[in-house]
Design a protein around this ligand. Structure first.
Ligand SMILES: C[S@@+](CC[C@H](N)C(=O)[O-])C[C@H]1O[C@@H](n2cnc3c(N)ncnc32)[C@H](O)[C@@H]1O
Length: 272
């Protein structure tokens, strides 16, 4: 079947829509990528061309199509204990970080994808600070990944890097026709609240009363342009307690940004 073509005019419409609603800024070179990714959806919906899809998208008030679009444009790739050096840093600095915290830790995993990040945080703290009162807010723009995250069921490949102790302590093993699967136990799930939140267009007033000790925002800012990144980092700064930490992805940095954060280690910043 012949591939339908995305015209430059159509690309510009999607580009503006994606920037406004998801915060991802696409360069003009991405026209072929967008064509390839959206063509599948156009076909699936039995539409004739990209303009019809654009009309459907802008008229969809349920947000379902926007979520679908964002899953086509960005990636949900994640893993347990991703960015190994950050966990080492946290372990080495944990006692100092816990001081003056009144035995309470409030953490936000912003862009949590399918849940491996917030569950890693919960397991890490259950191991290293078991008496701490821990609450983790885990958010993402995509309802699809959030649903998987709250189910907390992973295949053997996803949990392969976790040791046997972690598997027996924090997971329940099951089996179906596809093989073994591992589900996070209820005790660990209890410390995490999963919610939908768009980091770019979301209403930050919802957080007015909330302050965090640590914010994880890893491997998502890379999709945003500099002004969007800077605006987001500024918001994070205000949402952290004094001395709080911001963990970002290892391919991201706050260089060239005027912020009150001090760099503490690669991709780890502290509000001073
Ligand atoms: C590559 S994953 C990163 C997951 C995890 N933080 C990690 O580092 O492993 C990027 C996630 O960002 C989410 N995302 C993309 N744009 C977003 C936005 N504007 N607001 C909130 N989440 C967004 C995607 O749905 C995806 O789950």
């Amino acid at each position: 079947m012949e591939q339908i073509k995305l015209s430059k005019k159509e690309f510009d419409l999607f580009k503006a829509y994606i920037y406004e609603h998801i915060g991802i800024s696409l360069s003009d070179q991405k026209i072929y990528l967008v064509q390839a990714r959206l063509a599948k959806r156009v076909k699936q919906l039995s539409l004739d061309n990209f303009s019809e899809y654009y009309t459907l998208l802008v008229n969809d008030t349920t947000g379902v199509e926007l979520e679908y679009l964002s899953s086509l444009i960005s990636t949900n790739v994640t893993s347990f204990f991703r960015e190994g050096k950050q966990w080492e840093f946290w372990k080495n600095n944990l006692s100092a970080m816990m001081e003056k915290k009144n035995n309470k830790l409030r953490i936000w995993s912003a862009a949590c994808s399918t849940g491996e990040e917030p569950y890693s945080i919960a397991m890490f703290l259950a191991e290293n600070a078991p008496t701490m009162d821990v609450k983790i807010l885990a958010t993402d723009v995509s309802p699809r990944v959030l649903k998987l995250a709250s189910l907390g069921t992973y295949n053997e490949k996803s949990v392969a890097t976790l040791g046997a102790t972690y598997l027996s302590k924090y997971f329940i093993k099951g089996k179906n026709e596809k093989g073994h699967h591992f589900t996070i136990n209820e005790q660990l799930k209890k410390s995490i609240l999963f919610r939908g939140f768009n980091l770019v267009t979301g209403n930050y007033n919802l957080f007015k009363e909330k302050k965090f000790d640590i914010i994880f925002c890893r491997n998502v800012m890379i999709y945003f342009d500099k002004p969007t990144q800077a605006a987001l980092v500024e918001k994070f700064y205000h949402m952290l307690h004094k001395d709080g930490y911001l963990f970002i992805g290892s391919s991201e940095a706050l260089t060239d940004m005027k912020t009150g954060f001090k760099s503490r280690s690669a991709s780890i910043y502290q509000k001073v």
